[in-house]
Design a protein around this ligand. Structure first.
Ligand code: BES
Ligand code: MN
Ligand code: MN
Length: 462
């Protein structure tokens, strides 16, 4: 292990340069205009795996973007770790809100990252975190200190719902056979407060279309006499939450797992500073479901949020128009034991039922995903917790997160293995937002921690 750690220290500059190169390729999976760049990124990842020493490195075609696979099987009697990550990124828009171009990484210091952070789309989510695994593997393998077999599965469609990964997993069960899945695509509480994610929320995502009159109308000639679909959509949306920020869709909470008072007391012991939280976000006060803390609202409780809303005239100046159509994209974050398909169906029925006779509505379901809770009493969790203790000098706090990685539930179902969510980002790293960044401290701490994980896992699983 000492050799591996020394190797990491003496190759830090190169590890950073290589990540910056990866970050320069705009692998935006949502926009077909970037399809070629997404492919180039897959090739970059495959080449990196090969250079690090992986065998059977292959770029697997799918109906969408390719999946990169590689492995190092040292000895069939050793435990096998499947590393999952994604090389695709969210669109960088709105571009004008970035202080530097999203695909031209720069390093700048911030209050939370006094040693500097890499500013670029994908730096934290997930290229930076995924690449830590490639570099840690390189270091372990080069020094003959790799303690487990390892398989890498790095996909290019996580940010658009991993639509083809399920098919790939089902078709390649044998190849992907493993003892656990290791993922770095989540956050720690702070750089001096390590934590491990023990849960992810599920997701139901729909787009709605509300149609009023058969064409755009003069808002003076017709205004007041004809239902305005934007006004109607706003009414419909606001009716779905009451004054306690409780979602009013009948049946929405029916299957929500209720935590015991002890569990809630325990989870609220995690460090959380409301003033700092509000200050970081530039808000005077938080808001959310009555009776729950911010930590609970963002992890163990389901949500309904409008992610985008449009219609009518949004160009320069004023145009007096009563639009024909209005649209919104709505996400519902789900918790155990809600089911994505069920909630989508409940939403659709409800949305149709509350539509006034003056409009027609269409609900179009997008991707979804199931919530997961990962156990802490497994050798894989214990190995990760010990590894973080070894590098941070503090035992990590288990904490359920609010984001979604839909494929994790699928790993349980198809590969029948549990995942460990050992992420190293900070919630404040602005993933999906302008000026996304990833701390140099976090990048290197991740690379240093991963080898301890393998060593601990080999011992505990033994
Ligand atoms: N890495 C995130 C999920 C995440 C971030 C989990 C921080 C916990 C903490 C992932 O890339 C992501 O953005 N997932 C999407 C879901 C997907 C279906 C688009 C999400 O959560 O919105
Ligand atoms: Mn991610
Ligand atoms: Mn993401």
């Amino acid at each position: 292990m000492q050799k591996t750690q020394t190797y990491i220290q003496s190759n830090k500059e190169r590890f950073l340069e290589e990540l910056l190169e990866l970050l320069r390729i705009p692998s935006v999976s949502a926009d077909p205009a970037y399809a070629n760049d997404v492919r180039r990124t897959a090739t970059f990842v495959a080449d990196s795996l090969k250079k690090a020493g992986a065998d059977s490195v292959t770029i697997h075609e799918t109906k969408g973007h390719p999946i990169v696979y590689g492995e190092k099987i040292l000895d069939p009697s050793l435990p096998t770790v499947l590393v999952y990550g994604h090389y695709d990124v969210q669109p960088a828009d709105p571009l004008e809100l970035w202080d530097s171009p999203p695909f031209e990484p720069v390093i700048k210091k911030t209050d939370l990252h006094p040693q500097g952070a890499i500013f670029a789309r994908g730096s934290c989510d997930d290229k930076g975190q995924m690449f830590m695994h490639v570099k840690a593997f390189e270091a372990m393998y080069a020094n003959d200190e790799l303690a487990c077999n390892v398989k890498f599965m790095i996909e290019g469609e996580e940010e658009v719902g991993s639509n083809n990964l399920g098919t790939f997993c089902r078709a390649n069960k044998e190849m992907l056979n493993c003892d656990m899945v290791l993922i770095s695509d989540t956050s720690i509480i702070a750089n001096d407060v390590p934590s491990i994610n023990t849960g992810l929320r599920g997701l139901s995502y729909v787009e709605v279309e509300v149609t009023g009159p058969n064409r755009d109308l003069h808002s003076g000639v017709y205004g007041g006499g004809v239902a305005n679909p934007i006004n109607v959509l706003c009414d419909m949306i606001s009716s779905m939450m009451d004054e306690n920020k409780h979602i009013t869709i009948p049946g929405f909470y029916d299957k929500v797992a209720v935590l015991s008072d002890e569990e809630r007391t325990e989870m609220n012991k995690a460090p959380f500073n409301l003033e700092e939280y509000q200050k970081d976000l530039g808000i005077a006060v938080v808001q959310g479901e009555k009776g729950y803390t911010t930590l609970e609202r963002t992890s163990i409780r389901p949500t309904l949020d409008v992610n985008g809303i449009w219609g009518g005239y949004i160009g320069e100046g004023a145009k007096t128009v009563l639009p024909s159509k209005a649209f919104a994209k709505i996400s519902m974050r789900l918790v155990p034991n809600q089911s994505s398909d069920e909630i989508t169906e409940i939403f659709q029925k409800h949305f149709e039922s509350i539509a006034p006779a003056s409009v027609k509505v269409v609900v179009r379901p997008h991707h979804g995903g199931e919530p997961v809770v990962t156990p802490t009493d497994t050798p894989e969790y214990q190995a990760a917790a010990k590894a973080m203790l070894q590098t941070f000098g503090k035992a990590p706090i288990p904490q359920r997160g609010g984001g979604s990685i839909p494929i994790v539930a699928l790993f349980e179902e198809v590969l029948e293995v549990k995942s460990v969510l050992m992420g190293f980002g900070l919630d404040s790293d602005s993933i999906h937002s302008p000026n996304e960044h990833y701390g140099l401290f976090n990048y290197y701490r991740g690379i240093e921690t991963i080898p301890y994980f393998y060593q601990n896992y080999a011992e505990l699983k033994g």
